[in-house]
Write a protein that binds this ligand. Structure first.
Ligand code: MN
Length: 246
């Protein structure tokens, strides 16, 4: 038995098939059998060329976030856990997100008649970004939260912490001494302020905990969770956390 933890290493992918750095690691080698399974690891921004498979392909994203597009369709975002079914003969490409790596299993039936995957043109930056480059604004801004503080507070200080909760670990019922804002970076967590509905927070989600709020749940899911917490404090005040149940 061999156990491999984390991404498989793999060999550098051939440059005629990829733009940017990518690696291919064999996962199942079936000899004369009719299905190939590869783990393909893409650095941020890298992707395959346009191509098609005679009998189609199934992609299972095992890590990170990426993009996939079929000819004539929109650029779609894919994440760890997603599965993509590509139809036989359908032109498409797949790769990492611009700012995140992506690893997927590529499961591909191999026909007996000797036909194989056909490569086309590289995916241009403009295609990769889902439009013409000049249409992509250099900076985008969106208001995620516009929050009045109750009770009001003359903010002297904000402490920003990066906090990671290991997979399936729970913070437990807790109370902070001031208001806390946060935003999820990676992973996911079941989150609940006591007396309110539970919700799953995912990357990009933001939250606000009023001063003195009792946080009933901040339970990391299977992938753990990392978030930035912004702790509003007075000039000489330390960020404190109480666990009423302990
Ligand atoms: Mn493919």
């Amino acid at each position: 038995m061999q156990i491999s933890q984390g991404p498989l290493g793999g060999a550098a992918a051939p440059s005629e098939w990829f733009t940017g750095d990518a690696w291919i690691a064999p996962v199942v080698e079936t000899g004369r059998a009719r299905t190939e399974v590869d783990s393909v690891r893409f650095a941020p921004g890298s992707r395959t060329v346009w191509h098609r498979h005679p009998l189609g392909q199934v992609l299972v994203v095992t890590e990170g976030a990426g993009r996939v597009q079929r000819r004539g369709g929109p650029v779609e975002t894919i994440r760890a856990g997603d599965t993509v079914h590509v139809a036989p003969g359908e032109w498409h490409w797949h790769g990492a997100a611009p700012d995140r790596p992506m690893t997927h299993l590529a499961i591909e039936p191999v026909p007996d008649d000797g036909t194989s995957t056909e490569a086309g043109e590289p995916v241009a930056d403009s295609e990769y970004h889902g439009g013409r480059v000049e249409d992509v604004p250099p900076v985008t801004r969106s208001v995620l939260l516009d929050q009045m503080l109750s009770p009001p507070r003359g903010t002297h200080r904000v402490e920003v912490r990066r906090i990671t909760i290991a997979p399936r670990q729970a913070a437990g019922l807790h109370v902070h001494n001031g208001p806390v804002f946060g935003g999820i970076e990676t992973g996911s967590a079941v989150y609940q302020i006591e007396g309110e509905a539970a919700a799953v927070l995912r990357p990009g989600d933001v939250f606000y905990e009023p001063e003195g709020a009792r946080i009933a749940r901040f339970d990391a899911e299977a992938d753990g969770v990392t978030f930035l917490g912004y702790f509003l404090l007075d000039a000489g005040e330390a960020a404190e956390i109480e666990f009423p149940g302990r």
